[in-house]
Write a protein that binds this ligand. Structure first.
Ligand SMILES: *Cc1c(COP(=O)(O)O)cnc(C)c1O
Length: 386
């Protein structure tokens, strides 16, 4: 089966992990800070914290911003459930903002309309999580303007978007947000097996997230109550978690990030070939906003309403040909857990329209020309039937 996404592991990656496995530190050594430095260097952010998943990064990000009971977090319904679950971990409530019909990212117009209404009802969000779907940045400048006007914090869920650019700046620079999070799950752009990171330019948020990542424990005397008892001494000054990344994962991350730019170029070549070969079929191909340079984590196509085949049948035809197409995403508010939270009678029409028609085509750095042509041929065959 040709998968929809797949990691690329080289001999250099394997050597880096084995060398770390033979070293003195399997966790809490020098690889993790070195990976964090590489993330800062790549993005221009001042601080980066590597953690064991993007889900953990989202959790400590919103906690550091003070999200808790009685607060609201808003995000896009077209995302992975982790984008909104982070609010529920903190006892806060979730609401969604419908997507833009072109980019499929959180719609700034819908956000503004919802903010105007929420202000009247005194239930403005404390945190908004824009998700850079498929690796294309949201309209961050406009979101930052609304954040200032309405007083909410912004956490960019850039799980798809390491290597992408917005207004010629790397996604992750935190230019228009408080915190940016990345995922290094194997289907994402670069991998540490499991892993994630939270980046910020704010020293207080970096310090708070550092504590939360590791039990709320500090060895920094400046942060302690009273004075240190000696060299063995540490204090727990907050309630944190064990969200640390291992040294093996960080070593893999350092090795992988060296190939980040090559990966993005390769993904652009593959996306361009899909653009060129599929443009005359009854499909809506991914629109690219001129201010963005996508990392092309995903290449979703929407089956046009005038196509002679529906989404289910096209999906099945591709799967029967051993092509691991997928759907990103089932709207979060339609998940049974969220239905039970009160979203049963709520509708986000553009998100639902998108969901009913979308299929993610395989796209990853090592997808061969031959495999991609096979996918294209089946699409042409299925969509040309009358
Ligand atoms: C993958 C993903 C996550 C979660 O990442 P993990 O590293 O698996 O925890 C969160 N948000 C989005 C949009 C994702 O695609």
């Amino acid at each position: 089966m040709i998968p929809y996404g797949r990691q690329d592991i080289t001999q250099d990656d394997i050597d880096a992990v084995i060398a770390t496995l033979k070293s003195d530190f399997l966790t809490q050594g020098l690889q993790t800070p070195a990976f964090e430095s590489a993330l800062c260097e790549h993005t221009g952010a001042k601080y980066a914290l590597a953690v064991n998943s993007a889900t953990s990064a989202l959790h400590i990000a919103v906690l550091a911003l003070g999200l808790g009971e009685g607060d609201w977090l808003w995000t896009s319904p077209i995302s992975f459930v982790a984008s909104s679950n982070c609010a529920l971990y903190c006892g806060a409530q979730v609401d969604f903002v419908d997507i833009d019909p072109n980019t499929y990212n959180l719609s700034v117009a819908a956000l503004e309309a919802k903010l105007i209404q929420a202000k009247k009802e005194h239930r403005l969000p404390k945190v908004v999580v824009p998700v850079h779907l498929c690796g294309q940045s949201c309209d961050m400048q406009s979101i930052a303007k609304l954040a200032q006007e309405y007083g909410f914090a912004v956490v960019e869920d850039a799980s798809h978007a390491i290597g992408a650019k917005y207004q010629d700046q790397p996604v992750g620079s935190c230019e228009y947000s408080d915190i940016v999070i990345f995922s290094f799950h194997p289907v994402k752009i670069i991998t540490t097996a499991e892993g994630g990171a939270a980046l910020t330019n704010n020293p207080e948020l970096a310090e708070k997230m550092t504590l939360l990542r590791s039990h709320g424990i500090t060895r920094d005397e400046k942060l302690m109550q009273g004075s240190s008892d000696g060299a063995w001494y540490y204090q727990q000054i907050d309630l944190g978690f064990n969200y640390r990344m291992t040294e093996l994962q960080a070593a893999l991350g350092i090795s992988q990030i060296k190939r980040l730019d090559t990966y993005i170029e390769k993904r652009h070549q593959l996306a361009q070939r899909y653009n060129d070969t599929l443009k005359n079929l009854p499909l809506v191909l991914p629109y690219q906003h001129p201010e963005t340079y996508s990392s092309y984590h995903l290449y979703p196509v929407l089956i046009a309403d005038h196509a002679s085949i529906d989404r289910r049948s096209l999906f099945q035809a591709l799967r029967s040909a051993d092509i691991g197409v997928n759907v990103h995403y089932i709207p979060i508010h339609q998940q049974p857990f969220y239905q039970n939270l009160g979203f049963r009678n709520v509708s986000y029409p553009i998100a639902e329209y998108y969901y009913e028609r979308t299929i993610s085509l395989p796209l990853y750095a090592q997808l061969s020309l031959g495999d991609q042509m096979k996918i294209i041929e089946i699409l042409i065959k299925e969509l040309s039937k009358t």
